[in-house]
Design a protein around this ligand. Structure first.
Ligand code: ATP
Ligand code: MG
Length: 435
């Protein structure tokens, strides 16, 4: 036997059992975003490397250490996308999405790639769903996107979530703050972790979210960026906070929550969970009024977020949200004629909108019955020689044991009654959510 080949480190297969969670999360997400009239955009999984260097920033960990970059056969530098925003903004500019005027509300989902140390909730291929609102500087756009994120996470029944929010001001505010921060940190330079020492010149704001304990201690007493905001930035931030309060969304202001690059402006936020251990952040986002221009477009204000799907699904599994695949009818049959009729019935039921599983085993009725019970189906349809002969089918409701015989020709005349009954009938197994 030849040697087996394994999945690449930091990637994983999503097997059918877990796939149900993905479908549930995707279906719920789509329906919430559809009602808010966000439109989906799908951009390529790889892009020219400079898009990310300019769109994320060379001084970030993502660009500095985490990108999957390679040279293709045409000698071009290509990068597997580490996040979604840069590609969306490139597409927005390239396809002149701004030409219709007004605000573009977009969303995307798909795999992202970062060369990181794999651990629980951290992979090299992971998935995000994200939104981007382009063309509005109104604080209501910030509040709208944040509120959609919290609605979405709450719709899954998640608790113990914390929204942290901050303002990083505009470029001028940040320049003033940066100077003050460097002045404060320089005397501690030798106490900072290595990465932070490097960042002191290149990207000092990022030092504030260093994970190193000693650095964090030092950062605790650093000046607060909120004391360096100009009037316009202050007004924007106060208004966003006010709107969140009016929407009944709890938040905590965290002046050490930053995005270190010049095209990030004003609002920065994160949603963390108590139930995720070290990889606590489920959602990260904020305003990036300078990015469209940075990537060669006309200056356009924008705000967005991204949710890490793996972390979301870990949370769903932790709270014990069990997702059944909700089988309406399990169909068992034996004998050539009955088996052919059962196959036809399975298609008729599906065409009418029911879920139906056909037992293909041809094993004894007893065994097929046991499988029907285990399947979690609400009803079972039974066809043997007698039913085949009379062109009937035997229907059994599995929770109550109620049975009736129905002519195959009249099968779908019962469809409306069944829909009502299937809704109220408890499933024999305890499936709390269905996809
Ligand atoms: P972290 O601090 O955990 O590295 P980040 O700041 O790099 O997160 P963002 O770039 O803001 O993360 O991405 C948004 C979300 O995507 C994160 O909050 C997280 O849920 C998810 N995410 C980011 N990197 C990974 C990864 N390597 N594996 C799984 N999920 C990830
Ligand atoms: Mg990261």
């Amino acid at each position: 036997m030849s040697k087996t080949i394994q999945a690449i480190r930091g990637t994983r297969d999503i097997l059918p059992e877990e796939g149900r969670y993905w479908q549930f999360v995707e279906a719920t997400t789509h329906s919430i975003l559809r009602r808010a009239l966000y439109q989906q955009i799908r951009t390529p999984i790889f892009e020219q490397t400079p898009l990310f260097e300019r769109g994320i920033g060379e001084a970030t960990d993502v660009v500095g250490k985490e990108m999957y970059t390679f040279t293709d056969r045409g000698d071009r530098s290509i990068t597997l996308r580490p996040e979604g925003t840069a590609g969306v903004v490139r597409s927005y500019i390239e396809n002149k999405l701004y030409a219709t005027g007004g605000v573009q509300r977009l969303w995307y989902t798909g795999p992202m790639f970062r060369y990181e140390r794999p651990q629980a909730g951290r992979q090299r291929q992971f998935h995000q769903v994200g939104v981007e609102v382009l063309g509005s500087s109104d604080p209501r756009a910030d509040a709208e996107t944040i509120s959609i994120a919290t609605t979405l996470l709450k719709s899954f029944g998640l608790q113990n979530l914390h929204l942290a929010i901050n303002s990083v001001g505009d470029t001028a505010d940040r320049q003033r703050y940066r100077d003050a921060l460097v002045e404060y940190l320089t005397p501690f330079k030798s106490d900072l972790d290595r990465d932070s020492q490097d960042r002191l010149d290149r990207n000092p704001l990022r030092i504030l979210d260093s994970k190193d304990e000693r650095t964090q201690e030092i950062a605790q007493s650093a000046p607060s960026i909120l004391d360096y905001l100009g009037d316009g930035s202050k007004r924007h931030f106060d208004r966003v906070c006010d709107l969140l309060t009016q929407l009944g969304i709890d938040y905590a202001i965290n002046p050490r929550l930053v995005r270190g690059l010049d095209y990030y402006t004003h609002t920065a936020f994160e949603i963390q969970s108590d139930d995720l251990g070290a990889q606590a952040t489920v959602c990260g986002g904020g305003r990036y009024d300078g990015l469209v221009e940075q990537l060669g477009g006309k200056a356009t204000p924008a705000v967005g977020w991204a949710i890490g799907m793996e972390r979301l699904i870990i949370l769903l599994q932790k709270i014990g949200c069990s997702i059944g695949s909700a089988i309406d009818f399990f169909i068992i049959s034996k004998g050539d004629r009955a088996e052919a009729q059962a196959l036809a019935i399975s298609h008729r039921l599906r065409d009418a909108g029911f879920t139906a599983e056909l037992d293909l085993s041809a094993s004894a009725f007893g065994k097929q019955f046991r499988r029907a019970d285990r399947s979690g189906a609400k009803a079972c349809l039974i066809l043997g020689d007698a039913e085949a002969e009379t062109a009937t089918v035997n229907l059994k409701w599995l929770a109550t044991g109620d049975q009736e015989t129905i002519a195959q020709a009249d099968l779908l005349e019962h469809a409306d009654d069944w829909r009502v009954r299937l809704k109220s009938e408890p499933a024999p197994q305890n499936n709390s959510v269905s996809v």
